[in-house]
Every structure is written in structure tokens, then in C-alpha cells.
Design a protein around this ligand. Structure first.
Ligand SMILES: [Zn+2]
Ligand SMILES: [Zn+2]
Ligand SMILES: [Zn+2]
Length: 170
């Protein structure tokens, strides 16, 4: 729960409005649940238990998660295909983005900015920690402008830096 709230705070700093008053007026669980519903509604996604559970996995982690991480977090309540479809709809709606790893595992992370209808606007760097193995979004560190040769049209960029993260460095 503490992690969720910390994450919601982080999202708030990145520009996602967070109704702070609800912290005091409602039980915490409702606050998180209402945030999950708001996230789904903001991305024009119908509320289903499966979607809500997957969003809550993303909110509970501040690093990118893989398909199998999600499967184990939801304790195998949903089959692989359901999770795959859920992730696909989240990607299409701009709720999450792919985080490519150096070991070939596709991970996903919440989009902090408003990425509506799969039109992903962020351009940030991803950092993989060689100690804890977690990959996270460095939301405020932009990918430097890369000049491509004539005839090449960029569509998506993935910039991965590996090293030791701030938690492992302390
Ligand atoms: Zn995005
Ligand atoms: Zn680390
Ligand atoms: Zn990212």
C-alpha cells in the first residue's frame, strides 16, 4: 500500500492529477481503487476486474514488469491470453509502453504523461540496474536528439543505460 501511494505521488509530480483530499475522506483502499478506475476511464478502457488487477500491479511497482511478473502477481487468476490481451489494449490506448531489456524480455511500464490512443509522446531513457536487475523509466531524462541519415524515418526509440541504480548505490 505504501508503495502504491508513493507511486501515485510520483505520477502526480509527472502531471497526473491526484485528488489529495480523498486521502483523508475515504479508506485508502478506495483511494487506490478510484485511482485505478480513473486511469482506465482516462484511457477509454472499460472497467473489468482483470484490467483493474493488472493496473494495480503496475501501480505497486516503480520498475518495469514483464508478462510473467504480472502473471505471478495476480496469482494465476487469469490465463496468459487474457493478460496478453490486457497488455495489448493498454499499449494501444497509451496507458503503458514497452521497455526493451538487454536480455530480450519485454517489460512494460506506465506512461506518466498523457499518451492517448497509442500516440506515445515520451522520449525518456530507461535504466537497467545490474545489481537488482530492475529496469525503470527515467521520466525526466530525455533521449538526446539523434540525427539519422537521409531516408530513415524514426518511429520509436529505446535507449537503455545499464549500471547501478540509486537504491543499490546507497
Ligand atoms: Zn506512452
Ligand atoms: Zn538496483
Ligand atoms: Zn519508460
Amino acid at each position: 500500500m505504501v508503495l502504491w501511494l508513493a507511486y501515485l505521488e510520483k505520477r502526480n509530480e509527472c502531471g497526473t492529477p491526484l485528488d489529495k483530499l480523498s486521502f483523508f475522506n475515504k479508506p485508502l483502499y478506495l483511494t487506490v481503487e478510484s485511482q485505478i478506475k480513473k486511469i482506465l476511464k482516462d484511457h477509454s478502457l472499460r472497467l473489468t476486474q482483470g484490467r483493474m488487477d493488472v493496473v494495480s500491479v503496475f501501480l505497486s511497482k516503480d520498475f518495469a514488469v514483464s508478462h510473467s511478473d504480472i502473471e505471478s502477481e495476480v496469482e494465476n487468476q487469469y490465463d496468459r491470453v487474457t493478460i496478453y490481451r490486457t497488455l495489448k489494449s493498454f499499449l494501444d490506448r497509451g496507458l503503458i509502453h514497452k521497455v526493451l531489456d538487454d536480455n530480450g524480455t519485454t517489460r512494460y511500464a506506465l506512461c506518466a504523461e498523457a499518451c492517448a490512443n497509442g500516440d506515445h509522446h515520451h522520449n525518456h531513457i530507461h535504466f537497467k540496474c545490474m545489481t537488482c536487475g530492475q529496469t525503470s523509466c527515467l521520466e525526466h531524462v530525455d533521449i538526446p536528439d539523434v540525427k539519422l541519415p537521409k531516408g530513415f524515418a524514426p518511429k520509436e526509440s529505446n535507449y537503455l543505460i545499464s549500471g547501478i541504480c540509486d537504491r543499490c548505490n546507497n
